[in-house]
Design a protein around this ligand. Sequence first.
Ligand code: GDP
Ligand code: MG
Length: 151
Amino acid sequence: MERTFVMIKPDGVQRNLIGKIISRFEDKGYRIVAMKLMQVTRDLAERHYEEHRGKPFFESLIDYITSGPVVVMVLEGKDVVAGVRKMNGATNPAEAAPGTIRGDYALDIGRNVIHGADSVESAQREISIYFKEEELLNYEKVTEKWIYEYE
Ligand code: GDP
Ligand code: MG
């Protein structure tokens, strides 16, 4: 089963969106296999976003991500990487469709509430940055036979 890495960014935590955002992913049918509230250090943020090092927004992005607690989680499900990216919406909330998290809850690209890994490879890399192997739980939910035709 595919896994992705998701972060509710500091603005999402400050704006009381943790529960609403997690509910969207639960309602869709994804399984939470790891989750924690944490303060991201600059070192961790720079590793997470190393692909953006040198871009004009890099320093402000690191300031943003380290500005307060975040919620990080690992979600599992069929095509979850692409599915979460669709649910998050376009990077710039001005272009994010209504019904997406960024479309519904954000206005500014530098305060866009949520992160989701952009590929299976990125997800694996980001999961290993934020979680230890033993923090990823293996369990089944009784609802899964009502979510998947084939188990
Ligand atoms: P994502 O994968 O949709 O989150 O987008 P990117 O990987 O392109 O960028 C990572 C994060 O950097 C975005 O979610 C924004 O928080 C931030 N970011 C990207 N582009 C800009 C920009 O042009 N200006 C500012 N201030 N932040 C940006
Ligand atoms: Mg990205």
